[in-house]
Design a protein around this ligand. Structure first.
Ligand code: ATP
Ligand code: MG
Length: 581
């Protein structure tokens, strides 16, 4: 089925979790009545990956679900673009596309932390005026050295007690571009002896003479993440700011900034609250922008949208579906402790979704000729195959049967192994949707390779005709008429890494041994071959997905597939075959 919006029977009921319980409490207490407001805040410094899909499904999903109770609920797509040296417009465009592809509603709006640079600057000045922030002029090495450790307090800066006027003057001159990078920073004045290192007078602003992809050269000072994030949340009226567990230690700082700014009259209560959940960790992939960049720039994959990559661009090209990701997000749920999810859970979600939505077609991927020697020459017998076994309404299509057919090479064996019920000399199988045939012989070439198989068909056994099922045969194989099939490029994709924990320790490793995740790449993750298809498949639209019967789910390549020159990618096999490899 090419219609990506078609209903799927795979949606799961809402399961509560600790975030929903918090929101339910906030609604019960009337802390928030009209709106539950979340945000998805990617930094535009790379492409989105499967981990981001979890966060997108969570944030947009909550806003959507709570709209029933609190009608103004929504989720903001916010670009957290406060680090000009790493961020680029091409990433903004890609992220926007990915969120839209996942099917979430951004209400046609986009938010940018850089739109708040003026307001952030003003808030910083307010903190200075309140004696809650100061300009420090120590170099970065000294700043690091005076921060203290987990067991020892930090050392207060000699500049900590600068006057408010001096601080304001210096900060304004920082903004005016009077100083080089690193000459000064603005710090919050909190507690150099706090057991939480994040509260030891953290940096709020730094000097960076860098061109920003949106604000150009208007600014030469940029806010730090911890300051920009909570203030952006407050500006947008976010009610629940969901982030991954590693930010738990930053929460007291998040609360400190907003509390002070609320006291100064900058923001009204209720203030946004940060809630942490565990990030997605998945076996057989890497989910870190840094490692993904290495894979692309090192030429280990063919670009950011390589179907082997765990990027959303790669997933789309692989044929993974937005509905499959939502099912996956529901299934893995939300928790507060780190966990590692098996890759097959994701694959199963894709299978489950595709099983529902993908029409069935026939493809022969490793063709060998089968000649029905008692079938009339030049005769074409129409056979009919349902487009979907669970959806009769999708109708049937004609599969023409002729004397010369393609079958899968692996469906024939001269000497069958135990449990092989397909074609073998002297034995019978059913041609799916057609007749029972009996194998009468085969040809081989000089090197002993089978070049052609012969069989006779039984004209009384056509599928769907009365009495056709009287004689039972165990094997049932798919086929295509040679005269009615077209060749296609078939790209068989498999897992990118051959080990569940790429770069991690493995049994038998010496204690001092370290591994490089690149050493664990699966060299067989991509295999390209020519297969044969039903002719209609050569005309289908790009990104149309199908189940190739008995083989797996395939998608017409998003870029390379053309009418008459089909290119199909294997999304996933019908069953989990990995354990057998
Ligand atoms: P990476 O670790 O790949 O560099 P990041 O956290 O730096 O990712 P951001 O662009 O800052 O990437 O992330 C945007 C949002 O996506 C954040 O709210 C972050 O918590 C969330 N996110 C990122 N990675 C994961 C993950 N593996 N699981 C769940 N959420 C994630
Ligand atoms: Mg980040």
């Amino acid at each position: 089925m090419t219609d990506q919006t078609a209903n799927t029977a795979t949606s799961t009921p809402v399961v509560s979790n600790f975030i929903r319980s918090r929101i339910d409490e906030d609604i019960a207490n009337k802390t928030f009545c009209d709106a539950i407001t979340t945000r998805f805040p990617p930094e535009p410094n790379g492409f989105l990956h499967f981990g981001h899909a979890k966060s997108i499904c969570l944030n947009f999903g909550l806003a959507k679900d709570y709209a029933a109770q609190c009608p103004q609920s929504h989720c903001n797509l916010r670009f957290d673009d406060t680090n000009p040296t790493k961020e680029e417009t091409k990433y903004v465009d890609a992220i926007r596309e990915d969120v839209a592809w996942l099917g979430f509603d951004t209400r046609g709006q986009e938010f940018y932390a850089s739109d708040y640079f003026g307001r952030l600057y003003h808030c910083a000045e307010q903190l200075i005026r309140a004696g809650l922030a100061y300009v420090d002029s120590q170099d970065s090495e000294t700043l690091r050295a005076t921060r203290g450790t987990l067991t020892e307090p930090g050392t207060p800066s000699p500049y900590r007690n600068r006057s408010i006027d001096e601080n304001l003057d210096l900060f304004q001159r920082m903004r005016a571009g009077e100083f080089p990078d690193g000459a000064h920073i603005l710090r919050a004045k909190i507690d150099m002896a706090s057991p939480n290192l994040n509260l030891r007078d953290p940096a709020i602003y730094r000097i960076r003479h860098a061109h920003h992809h949106r604000t150009g050269d208007s600014w030469c000072i940029y806010p730090m993440y911890d300051f920009a994030h909570c203030v952006s949340d407050a500006i947008e009226g976010i009610s629940h700011s969901l982030c991954t567990l590693e930010f738990a230690d930053h929460r007291p700082l998040y609360d400190w900034f907003l509390e002070q700014l609320a006291k100064l009259g900058e923001f009204k209560r209720p203030l946004p609250q940060q809630i942490e959940f565990s990030r997605l960790n998945l076996t057989y992939v890497v989910l870190s922008k840094r490692k993904l960049i290495q894979l692309v720039s090192g030429g280990h994959v063919d670009g950011w949208n390589d179907p082997r990559l765990p990027t959303l661009k790669g997933a789309r090209r692989r044929g993974f579906t937005p509905q499959g990701f939502k099912l996956f997000a529901d299934r893995i749920g939300i928790s507060k402790s780190d966990s590692l999810i098996d890759y097959h859970v994701l694959e199963d979600c894709m299978r489950e979704d595709l099983n529902e939505r993908a029409e069935r077609r026939v493809a022969v991927l490793n063709p060998i000729q089968l000649i029905l020697s008692n079938f009339p020459e030049n005769h074409t017998e129409p056979c009919f195959a349902p487009n979907h076994p669970h959806h009769e309404e999708l109708g049937k299509r004609e599969l023409p049967l002729t004397r010369t057919l393609w079958i899968e090479r692996e469906d024939f064996m001269i000497e069958p192994t135990k449990g092989f019920f397909r074609l073998t000399p002297g034995k019978e199988v059913r041609l799916r949707y057609g007749y029972i045939i009996k194998c009468t012989g085969y040809d081989t070439n000089e090197s002993g390779e089978i070049t052609c198989v012969y069989a006779e068909y039984d004209p009384t056994t056509k599928s769907g005709t009365p009495g056709s099922e009287a004689r039972k045969v165990k094997g049932n194989i798919h086929w295509l008429s040679c005269a009615h099939s077209v060749p296609a490029e078939i790209r068989l994709y498999d897992r990118l890494f051959k080990t569940p924990n790429p770069g991690g320790r493995q049994a038998g490793d010496a204690p001092e041994q370290t591994r490089d995740f690149l050493d664990d790449l699966n060299p067989n993750a991509k295999h390209v071959q020519i297969g044969m298809l039903e002719p209609a498949l050569a005309q289908c639209a790009r990104e149309a997905c199908y189940q190739f019967e008995r083989i797996g789910y395939f998608v017409a390549d998003q870029f390379d597939h053309k009418a008459g020159q089909p290119v199909f990618n294997r999304t996933v096999t019908l069953r989990d075959t990995w354990s057998k490899n």
